[in-house]
Ligand binder design. Structure first.
Ligand code: FAD
Ligand code: NAD
Length: 406
Protein backbone atom coordinates (compact mmCIF):
# COMPACT_ATOMS: atom_id res chain seq x y z
CA UNK A 1 0.00 0.00 0.00
CA UNK A 2 1.18 3.54 -0.75
CA UNK A 3 2.10 5.79 2.17
CA UNK A 4 -0.91 7.86 3.22
CA UNK A 5 -0.98 11.56 2.33
CA UNK A 6 -1.54 13.73 5.39
CA UNK A 7 -2.30 17.35 4.51
CA UNK A 8 -2.35 20.04 7.21
CA UNK A 9 -4.00 23.38 6.38
CA UNK A 10 -2.75 26.44 8.27
CA UNK A 11 0.40 26.90 10.35
CA UNK A 12 -1.20 28.58 13.35
CA UNK A 13 -0.98 27.02 16.80
CA UNK A 14 -3.06 24.01 15.77
CA UNK A 15 -1.50 23.34 12.36
CA UNK A 16 2.16 23.86 13.14
CA UNK A 17 2.03 21.88 16.38
CA UNK A 18 0.38 18.97 14.50
CA UNK A 19 3.22 19.04 11.96
CA UNK A 20 5.98 19.28 14.60
CA UNK A 21 4.50 16.41 16.63
CA UNK A 22 4.02 14.23 13.54
CA UNK A 23 7.60 14.74 12.37
CA UNK A 24 8.67 13.27 15.71
CA UNK A 25 6.18 10.40 15.91
CA UNK A 26 6.29 9.18 12.29
CA UNK A 27 9.30 7.94 10.39
CA UNK A 28 10.14 9.43 6.97
CA UNK A 29 8.72 6.36 5.21
CA UNK A 30 5.47 6.12 7.20
CA UNK A 31 3.49 8.93 5.54
CA UNK A 32 3.75 11.90 3.18
CA UNK A 33 3.11 14.97 5.32
CA UNK A 34 2.32 18.32 3.70
CA UNK A 35 1.83 21.60 5.55
CA UNK A 36 0.15 24.46 3.67
CA UNK A 37 0.27 28.07 4.90
CA UNK A 38 -0.24 31.51 3.39
CA UNK A 39 3.06 32.82 4.68
CA UNK A 40 6.55 31.41 5.07
CA UNK A 41 6.24 32.00 8.80
CA UNK A 42 4.13 30.97 11.80
CA UNK A 43 2.98 33.82 14.02
CA UNK A 44 1.99 33.83 17.64
CA UNK A 45 -1.44 35.38 17.39
CA UNK A 46 -1.34 35.89 21.16
CA UNK A 47 1.33 38.59 20.73
CA UNK A 48 -0.22 40.47 17.80
CA UNK A 49 -1.78 43.17 19.98
CA UNK A 50 1.74 44.18 21.02
CA UNK A 51 2.83 44.45 17.38
CA UNK A 52 -0.32 46.45 16.56
CA UNK A 53 0.35 48.91 19.40
CA UNK A 54 4.01 49.19 18.43
CA UNK A 55 5.35 47.90 21.76
CA UNK A 56 6.96 44.76 20.26
CA UNK A 57 8.50 44.32 16.81
CA UNK A 58 6.62 41.84 14.63
CA UNK A 59 9.81 39.86 13.94
CA UNK A 60 9.69 38.69 17.56
CA UNK A 61 6.21 37.31 16.96
CA UNK A 62 6.84 35.44 13.76
CA UNK A 63 8.89 32.28 13.37
CA UNK A 64 10.17 31.01 10.02
CA UNK A 65 8.42 27.71 9.36
CA UNK A 66 11.65 26.01 8.35
CA UNK A 67 13.13 26.96 11.74
CA UNK A 68 10.78 24.50 13.47
CA UNK A 69 9.56 22.17 10.73
CA UNK A 70 11.98 19.65 9.29
CA UNK A 71 11.34 20.23 5.59
CA UNK A 72 13.06 16.98 4.61
CA UNK A 73 10.25 15.20 6.45
CA UNK A 74 7.35 17.62 6.04
CA UNK A 75 6.71 19.12 2.62
CA UNK A 76 5.98 22.81 3.22
CA UNK A 77 3.82 24.53 0.60
CA UNK A 78 3.52 28.29 0.84
CA UNK A 79 0.15 28.97 -0.77
CA UNK A 80 -3.38 30.09 0.04
CA UNK A 81 -6.16 27.53 0.33
CA UNK A 82 -9.04 28.51 -2.00
CA UNK A 83 -11.40 25.65 -1.14
CA UNK A 84 -11.64 22.13 0.19
CA UNK A 85 -13.44 19.43 -1.83
CA UNK A 86 -14.17 16.85 0.90
CA UNK A 87 -16.10 14.46 -1.38
CA UNK A 88 -13.06 14.22 -3.69
CA UNK A 89 -10.52 14.41 -0.82
CA UNK A 90 -8.82 17.35 -2.49
CA UNK A 91 -7.68 20.82 -1.50
CA UNK A 92 -7.64 23.60 -4.09
CA UNK A 93 -4.85 26.13 -3.63
CA UNK A 94 -4.41 29.42 -5.46
CA UNK A 95 -1.55 27.78 -7.27
CA UNK A 96 -2.33 24.07 -7.50
CA UNK A 97 -4.19 21.19 -5.94
CA UNK A 98 -3.43 18.53 -3.31
CA UNK A 99 -5.00 15.10 -2.68
CA UNK A 100 -5.22 13.67 0.82
CA UNK A 101 -6.00 10.51 2.70
CA UNK A 102 -6.15 12.46 5.97
CA UNK A 103 -6.75 16.18 6.28
CA UNK A 104 -6.16 18.46 9.28
CA UNK A 105 -7.97 21.81 9.12
CA UNK A 106 -6.26 24.49 11.22
CA UNK A 107 -7.25 27.62 9.32
CA UNK A 108 -7.96 29.67 12.42
CA UNK A 109 -10.22 32.62 13.04
CA UNK A 110 -11.39 35.82 11.43
CA UNK A 111 -13.26 38.83 12.82
CA UNK A 112 -16.99 38.45 13.36
CA UNK A 113 -18.53 41.75 12.33
CA UNK A 114 -22.22 40.91 12.98
CA UNK A 115 -23.37 42.93 9.95
CA UNK A 116 -22.61 46.26 11.66
CA UNK A 117 -22.75 48.97 8.97
CA UNK A 118 -19.36 50.31 7.88
CA UNK A 119 -17.34 48.03 10.13
CA UNK A 120 -15.74 45.88 7.43
CA UNK A 121 -14.82 48.91 5.36
CA UNK A 122 -13.63 51.26 8.10
CA UNK A 123 -12.38 49.31 11.11
CA UNK A 124 -9.08 47.52 11.65
CA UNK A 125 -8.81 44.02 13.11
CA UNK A 126 -5.93 42.24 14.84
CA UNK A 127 -5.56 38.89 13.13
CA UNK A 128 -2.23 38.62 11.32
CA UNK A 129 1.23 40.16 11.13
CA UNK A 130 0.06 42.26 8.16
CA UNK A 131 -3.02 43.57 9.98
CA UNK A 132 -0.98 44.39 13.10
CA UNK A 133 1.64 46.27 11.05
CA UNK A 134 -1.13 48.26 9.38
CA UNK A 135 -2.64 49.37 12.70
CA UNK A 136 0.75 50.43 14.06
CA UNK A 137 1.53 52.43 10.92
CA UNK A 138 -1.93 53.99 10.77
CA UNK A 139 -1.74 55.26 14.35
CA UNK A 140 1.76 56.67 13.82
CA UNK A 141 0.70 58.33 10.56
CA UNK A 142 -2.16 60.10 12.32
CA UNK A 143 0.13 61.36 15.07
CA UNK A 144 2.58 62.60 12.43
CA UNK A 145 -0.16 64.18 10.32
CA UNK A 146 -1.79 66.02 13.24
CA UNK A 147 0.84 68.76 13.45
CA UNK A 148 1.04 69.09 9.67
CA UNK A 149 -2.49 70.42 9.22
CA UNK A 150 -3.65 74.03 9.32
CA UNK A 151 -6.66 72.85 11.36
CA UNK A 152 -5.52 69.76 13.27
CA UNK A 153 -8.38 67.24 13.48
CA UNK A 154 -9.33 65.70 16.82
CA UNK A 155 -10.35 62.43 15.11
CA UNK A 156 -6.70 61.75 14.35
CA UNK A 157 -5.98 61.44 18.07
CA UNK A 158 -9.13 59.58 19.17
CA UNK A 159 -8.46 55.85 19.14
CA UNK A 160 -11.46 53.61 19.72
CA UNK A 161 -11.19 49.92 20.53
CA UNK A 162 -14.42 47.96 20.07
CA UNK A 163 -14.98 45.22 22.66
CA UNK A 164 -13.50 44.76 26.15
CA UNK A 165 -13.02 41.00 25.89
CA UNK A 166 -9.47 39.71 26.37
CA UNK A 167 -8.26 40.99 23.00
CA UNK A 168 -9.66 44.49 23.53
CA UNK A 169 -8.32 44.72 27.09
CA UNK A 170 -4.85 43.43 26.16
CA UNK A 171 -4.66 45.83 23.22
CA UNK A 172 -5.69 48.95 25.18
CA UNK A 173 -3.15 47.92 27.82
CA UNK A 174 -0.36 48.05 25.23
CA UNK A 175 -1.64 51.26 23.65
CA UNK A 176 -1.92 52.98 27.02
CA UNK A 177 1.82 52.42 27.45
CA UNK A 178 2.65 53.38 23.86
CA UNK A 179 0.70 56.66 23.68
CA UNK A 180 3.01 58.68 25.98
CA UNK A 181 5.95 57.59 23.78
CA UNK A 182 4.11 58.66 20.62
CA UNK A 183 3.15 61.99 22.21
CA UNK A 184 6.80 62.67 23.00
CA UNK A 185 7.94 61.62 19.55
CA UNK A 186 5.40 63.77 17.68
CA UNK A 187 5.21 66.78 20.09
CA UNK A 188 1.60 66.23 21.05
CA UNK A 189 0.30 66.96 24.57
CA UNK A 190 -0.94 63.70 26.17
CA UNK A 191 -4.29 65.29 27.13
CA UNK A 192 -5.16 65.74 23.46
CA UNK A 193 -5.15 61.96 22.88
CA UNK A 194 -8.18 59.84 23.82
CA UNK A 195 -8.11 56.06 24.10
CA UNK A 196 -11.66 54.77 24.38
CA UNK A 197 -12.72 51.15 24.93
CA UNK A 198 -16.39 50.51 24.03
CA UNK A 199 -18.07 47.40 25.44
CA UNK A 200 -21.69 46.33 24.93
CA UNK A 201 -22.00 44.08 28.01
CA UNK A 202 -22.64 45.52 31.49
CA UNK A 203 -18.98 44.87 32.40
CA UNK A 204 -15.57 44.59 30.80
CA UNK A 205 -14.36 40.96 30.42
CA UNK A 206 -17.87 39.53 30.81
CA UNK A 207 -17.87 36.22 32.70
CA UNK A 208 -14.41 36.72 34.22
CA UNK A 209 -13.71 37.03 37.96
CA UNK A 210 -15.26 40.40 39.08
CA UNK A 211 -12.38 41.25 41.42
CA UNK A 212 -9.87 40.83 38.60
CA UNK A 213 -12.07 42.82 36.22
CA UNK A 214 -12.16 45.69 38.71
CA UNK A 215 -8.38 45.51 39.11
CA UNK A 216 -7.92 45.58 35.32
CA UNK A 217 -10.23 48.55 34.81
CA UNK A 218 -8.62 50.54 37.62
CA UNK A 219 -5.15 49.80 36.25
CA UNK A 220 -6.12 50.82 32.71
CA UNK A 221 -8.09 53.91 33.77
CA UNK A 222 -5.06 55.07 35.74
CA UNK A 223 -3.11 54.90 32.45
CA UNK A 224 -5.74 57.02 30.70
CA UNK A 225 -8.18 54.52 29.18
CA UNK A 226 -11.76 55.79 28.97
CA UNK A 227 -14.27 52.90 29.22
CA UNK A 228 -17.76 53.09 27.73
CA UNK A 229 -19.50 50.10 29.30
CA UNK A 230 -23.00 48.95 28.28
CA UNK A 231 -22.36 50.71 24.98
CA UNK A 232 -23.24 48.84 21.79
CA UNK A 233 -21.35 49.81 18.64
CA UNK A 234 -23.89 50.45 15.88
CA UNK A 235 -21.97 51.96 12.97
CA UNK A 236 -18.51 52.97 11.86
CA UNK A 237 -17.71 55.50 9.14
CA UNK A 238 -14.41 56.90 7.88
CA UNK A 239 -14.34 59.52 10.62
CA UNK A 240 -16.74 58.50 13.36
CA UNK A 241 -18.04 55.63 15.49
CA UNK A 242 -21.65 55.47 16.62
CA UNK A 243 -22.72 53.60 19.74
CA UNK A 244 -25.90 53.27 21.75
CA UNK A 245 -25.89 53.48 25.55
CA UNK A 246 -28.98 53.80 27.78
CA UNK A 247 -31.06 54.09 24.60
CA UNK A 248 -29.13 57.20 23.56
CA UNK A 249 -27.07 57.36 20.37
CA UNK A 250 -23.64 58.85 20.79
CA UNK A 251 -20.82 59.55 18.36
CA UNK A 252 -17.06 59.68 18.71
CA UNK A 253 -15.07 61.51 16.04
CA UNK A 254 -12.33 59.07 15.06
CA UNK A 255 -10.55 57.63 12.11
CA UNK A 256 -9.03 54.78 14.12
CA UNK A 257 -11.44 52.04 15.15
CA UNK A 258 -9.93 48.70 16.05
CA UNK A 259 -12.59 46.00 16.18
CA UNK A 260 -11.79 43.44 18.89
CA UNK A 261 -15.38 42.48 19.61
CA UNK A 262 -15.62 38.92 18.48
CA UNK A 263 -14.21 36.15 16.33
CA UNK A 264 -15.54 33.31 14.20
CA UNK A 265 -13.91 30.37 12.47
CA UNK A 266 -12.48 30.79 8.96
CA UNK A 267 -15.41 31.24 6.54
CA UNK A 268 -13.66 29.01 4.00
CA UNK A 269 -14.95 25.91 5.83
CA UNK A 270 -18.61 26.82 5.27
CA UNK A 271 -17.89 27.88 1.71
CA UNK A 272 -16.43 24.39 1.17
CA UNK A 273 -19.68 22.73 2.33
CA UNK A 274 -18.79 21.78 5.91
CA UNK A 275 -21.59 22.20 8.44
CA UNK A 276 -20.46 24.89 10.79
CA UNK A 277 -21.71 27.46 13.26
CA UNK A 278 -19.98 30.77 12.47
CA UNK A 279 -17.05 28.91 10.96
CA UNK A 280 -16.70 26.47 13.85
CA UNK A 281 -17.38 22.84 12.96
CA UNK A 282 -18.88 20.40 15.44
CA UNK A 283 -16.54 17.42 15.83
CA UNK A 284 -16.54 13.87 17.15
CA UNK A 285 -14.85 13.35 20.55
CA UNK A 286 -11.59 12.50 18.71
CA UNK A 287 -11.81 15.81 16.75
CA UNK A 288 -12.80 14.21 13.46
CA UNK A 289 -15.42 15.95 11.33
CA UNK A 290 -18.92 14.62 11.92
CA UNK A 291 -19.37 14.50 8.13
CA UNK A 292 -15.99 13.24 6.93
CA UNK A 293 -14.10 10.80 9.21
CA UNK A 294 -10.76 11.34 7.43
CA UNK A 295 -10.85 15.07 8.31
CA UNK A 296 -9.58 16.32 11.69
CA UNK A 297 -10.27 19.87 12.87
CA UNK A 298 -7.98 21.72 15.27
CA UNK A 299 -8.04 25.19 16.82
CA UNK A 300 -10.59 27.93 16.26
CA UNK A 301 -12.33 26.09 13.39
CA UNK A 302 -13.45 23.34 15.81
CA UNK A 303 -16.53 23.64 17.99
CA UNK A 304 -16.27 21.61 21.19
CA UNK A 305 -18.54 21.70 24.21
CA UNK A 306 -17.82 21.71 27.90
CA UNK A 307 -20.04 18.87 29.15
CA UNK A 308 -20.46 20.42 32.60
CA UNK A 309 -21.69 23.82 31.41
CA UNK A 310 -23.06 22.62 28.04
CA UNK A 311 -21.48 25.72 26.52
CA UNK A 312 -18.79 25.80 23.83
CA UNK A 313 -15.20 26.11 24.98
CA UNK A 314 -13.81 29.51 23.98
CA UNK A 315 -11.46 29.49 21.01
CA UNK A 316 -7.99 29.79 22.52
CA UNK A 317 -4.38 29.03 21.65
CA UNK A 318 -4.18 26.87 24.77
CA UNK A 319 -6.90 24.55 23.40
CA UNK A 320 -5.58 24.69 19.81
CA UNK A 321 -2.18 23.39 20.98
CA UNK A 322 -3.73 20.54 22.98
CA UNK A 323 -5.97 19.63 20.03
CA UNK A 324 -2.89 19.43 17.81
CA UNK A 325 -1.15 17.07 20.22
CA UNK A 326 -4.22 14.83 20.37
CA UNK A 327 -4.59 14.85 16.57
CA UNK A 328 -0.94 14.00 15.94
CA UNK A 329 -1.26 11.07 18.33
CA UNK A 330 -4.41 9.83 16.56
CA UNK A 331 -2.93 10.22 13.09
CA UNK A 332 0.12 8.24 14.22
CA UNK A 333 -2.23 5.47 15.37
CA UNK A 334 -4.15 5.48 12.10
CA UNK A 335 -0.96 5.30 10.04
CA UNK A 336 0.16 2.28 12.05
CA UNK A 337 -3.23 0.58 11.53
CA UNK A 338 -4.62 1.19 15.03
CA UNK A 339 -8.22 2.43 14.73
CA UNK A 340 -8.78 3.08 18.46
CA UNK A 341 -8.49 6.83 18.61
CA UNK A 342 -8.04 8.93 21.75
CA UNK A 343 -10.86 11.32 22.65
CA UNK A 344 -9.83 14.93 23.18
CA UNK A 345 -9.98 16.12 26.79
CA UNK A 346 -8.98 19.76 27.27
CA UNK A 347 -6.73 20.35 30.24
CA UNK A 348 -7.41 23.99 31.03
CA UNK A 349 -4.61 25.55 33.01
CA UNK A 350 -6.12 28.98 33.54
CA UNK A 351 -6.24 32.36 31.83
CA UNK A 352 -3.75 35.18 32.15
CA UNK A 353 -4.20 38.52 30.37
CA UNK A 354 -1.69 41.33 30.10
CA UNK A 355 -2.50 44.98 30.85
CA UNK A 356 0.57 46.27 29.07
CA UNK A 357 4.06 44.88 29.64
CA UNK A 358 4.03 45.96 33.27
CA UNK A 359 0.75 44.60 34.63
CA UNK A 360 -1.56 41.61 34.20
CA UNK A 361 -4.38 39.58 35.75
CA UNK A 362 -5.07 35.88 35.77
CA UNK A 363 -6.63 32.81 37.30
CA UNK A 364 -4.48 29.67 37.33
CA UNK A 365 -4.53 26.23 38.97
CA UNK A 366 -8.38 26.27 39.15
CA UNK A 367 -8.89 29.29 41.37
CA UNK A 368 -5.61 31.00 42.21
CA UNK A 369 -5.93 34.69 41.36
CA UNK A 370 -2.89 36.60 40.16
CA UNK A 371 -2.40 40.38 39.90
CA UNK A 372 0.48 42.62 38.93
CA UNK A 373 4.03 41.33 38.57
CA UNK A 374 3.18 37.68 39.45
CA UNK A 375 0.59 37.60 36.64
CA UNK A 376 3.04 39.33 34.27
CA UNK A 377 5.70 36.73 35.08
CA UNK A 378 3.19 33.87 34.69
CA UNK A 379 2.18 35.15 31.23
CA UNK A 380 5.82 34.99 30.17
CA UNK A 381 6.18 31.48 31.57
CA UNK A 382 3.16 30.41 29.46
CA UNK A 383 4.58 32.06 26.32
CA UNK A 384 8.06 30.57 26.81
CA UNK A 385 6.61 27.14 27.51
CA UNK A 386 4.91 27.20 24.12
CA UNK A 387 8.15 28.13 22.37
CA UNK A 388 9.94 25.33 24.23
CA UNK A 389 7.35 22.81 23.02
CA UNK A 390 7.49 24.09 19.48
CA UNK A 391 11.20 24.55 18.89
CA UNK A 392 13.17 23.69 22.04
CA UNK A 393 15.47 25.87 24.11
CA UNK A 394 17.02 27.47 21.02
CA UNK A 395 13.67 28.98 20.06
CA UNK A 396 13.05 30.20 23.63
CA UNK A 397 16.40 31.97 23.60
CA UNK A 398 15.74 33.47 20.15
CA UNK A 399 12.13 34.61 20.53
CA UNK A 400 11.18 34.16 24.19
CA UNK A 401 10.30 36.74 26.82
CA UNK A 402 13.14 36.28 29.23
CA UNK A 403 12.90 39.35 31.42
CA UNK A 404 10.25 38.18 33.89
CA UNK A 405 9.88 41.41 35.81
CA UNK A 406 9.47 43.94 33.02
P1 FAD B 1 -4.50 30.77 13.94
O1 FAD B 1 -3.55 31.06 15.02
O2 FAD B 1 -5.51 31.81 13.57
O3 FAD B 1 -3.69 30.35 12.65
C1 FAD B 1 -4.31 30.09 11.42
C2 FAD B 1 -3.22 29.96 10.36
O4 FAD B 1 -3.83 29.62 9.11
C3 FAD B 1 -2.45 31.26 10.13
O5 FAD B 1 -1.08 30.97 10.02
C4 FAD B 1 -3.00 31.77 8.79
O6 FAD B 1 -2.07 32.54 8.07
C5 FAD B 1 -3.34 30.47 8.09
N1 FAD B 1 -4.38 30.61 7.08
C6 FAD B 1 -5.61 31.18 7.25
N2 FAD B 1 -6.32 31.10 6.10
C7 FAD B 1 -5.52 30.48 5.21
C8 FAD B 1 -5.70 30.10 3.84
N3 FAD B 1 -6.84 30.34 3.19
N4 FAD B 1 -4.68 29.46 3.22
C9 FAD B 1 -3.51 29.20 3.87
N5 FAD B 1 -3.30 29.53 5.15
C10 FAD B 1 -4.29 30.17 5.82
N6 FAD B 1 -5.46 32.48 23.32
C11 FAD B 1 -4.87 32.01 24.44
O7 FAD B 1 -5.02 30.81 24.77
N7 FAD B 1 -4.08 32.79 25.22
C12 FAD B 1 -3.83 34.09 24.91
O8 FAD B 1 -3.10 34.78 25.63
C13 FAD B 1 -4.44 34.63 23.73
N8 FAD B 1 -4.18 35.90 23.35
C14 FAD B 1 -4.72 36.37 22.19
C15 FAD B 1 -4.39 37.69 21.82
C16 FAD B 1 -4.92 38.20 20.64
C17 FAD B 1 -4.54 39.61 20.23
C18 FAD B 1 -5.79 37.41 19.84
C19 FAD B 1 -6.36 37.98 18.56
C20 FAD B 1 -6.11 36.12 20.21
C21 FAD B 1 -5.57 35.59 21.39
N9 FAD B 1 -5.85 34.26 21.80
C22 FAD B 1 -5.27 33.77 22.94
C23 FAD B 1 -6.67 33.38 20.95
C24 FAD B 1 -5.73 32.56 20.05
O9 FAD B 1 -4.81 33.40 19.41
C25 FAD B 1 -6.48 31.72 19.00
O10 FAD B 1 -7.40 30.91 19.66
C26 FAD B 1 -5.48 30.89 18.21
O11 FAD B 1 -4.66 31.72 17.43
C27 FAD B 1 -6.16 29.86 17.32
O12 FAD B 1 -5.18 29.07 16.73
P2 FAD B 1 -5.42 28.35 15.33
O13 FAD B 1 -4.29 27.41 15.13
O14 FAD B 1 -6.80 27.81 15.26
O15 FAD B 1 -5.38 29.48 14.23
P1 NAD C 1 -14.66 37.90 22.81
O1 NAD C 1 -15.81 37.38 22.05
O2 NAD C 1 -14.15 37.12 23.95
O3 NAD C 1 -14.99 39.37 23.35
C1 NAD C 1 -15.63 40.31 22.53
C2 NAD C 1 -16.23 41.42 23.39
O4 NAD C 1 -16.84 42.37 22.51
C3 NAD C 1 -17.31 40.92 24.33
O5 NAD C 1 -17.07 41.43 25.61
C4 NAD C 1 -18.60 41.47 23.72
O6 NAD C 1 -19.59 41.78 24.69
C5 NAD C 1 -18.11 42.73 23.02
N1 NAD C 1 -18.97 43.15 21.90
C6 NAD C 1 -19.56 42.38 20.95
N2 NAD C 1 -20.27 43.12 20.08
C7 NAD C 1 -20.13 44.42 20.49
C8 NAD C 1 -20.61 45.66 19.99
N3 NAD C 1 -21.41 45.74 18.91
N4 NAD C 1 -20.27 46.79 20.64
C9 NAD C 1 -19.46 46.75 21.73
N5 NAD C 1 -18.97 45.60 22.23
C10 NAD C 1 -19.29 44.44 21.63
O7 NAD C 1 -13.51 38.14 21.71
P2 NAD C 1 -11.94 38.36 21.90
O8 NAD C 1 -11.65 39.24 23.06
O9 NAD C 1 -11.42 38.75 20.56
O10 NAD C 1 -11.40 36.90 22.25
C11 NAD C 1 -11.48 35.85 21.28
C12 NAD C 1 -10.97 34.57 21.88
O11 NAD C 1 -9.57 34.69 22.14
C13 NAD C 1 -11.62 34.25 23.23
O12 NAD C 1 -11.78 32.87 23.32
C14 NAD C 1 -10.60 34.72 24.25
O13 NAD C 1 -10.65 33.97 25.45
C15 NAD C 1 -9.28 34.45 23.50
N6 NAD C 1 -8.26 35.39 23.99
C16 NAD C 1 -7.59 35.03 25.13
C17 NAD C 1 -6.64 35.90 25.64
C18 NAD C 1 -5.90 35.50 26.89
O14 NAD C 1 -6.10 34.38 27.38
N7 NAD C 1 -5.02 36.33 27.42
C19 NAD C 1 -6.36 37.11 25.00
C20 NAD C 1 -7.08 37.46 23.85
C21 NAD C 1 -8.03 36.57 23.35
Amino acid sequence: MNNPNIVILGAGYGGIMTAVKLQKSLGPNDANITLVNKHSYHYQTTWLHENAAGTLHHDRTRIAINDVVNTSQVNFVQDTVSSILPEEKKVVLEDGELSYDYLVIGLGFEAATFGIPGLKENAFTINSINSARLIRQHIEYNFAKYNNEANPKEERLNIVVGGAGFTGIEFVGELANRIPELCKEYDIPREKVRLINVEAAPTALPGFDPELVEYAMNSLEAKGVDFKIGAMIKEVTENKLVFEKDEQREEIATNTVVWAAGVRGNSLVEESGFEANRGRMPVEPDLRSKQYPEVFIVGDCALIFNEETERPYPPTAQIAIQMAENTAENLTKLVSGDKHLEPFKPNLQGTVASLGHDDAIGVVFDDKKLFGWSATAMKKVIDNRYLLKLGGLGLVLKKGKLNFFK
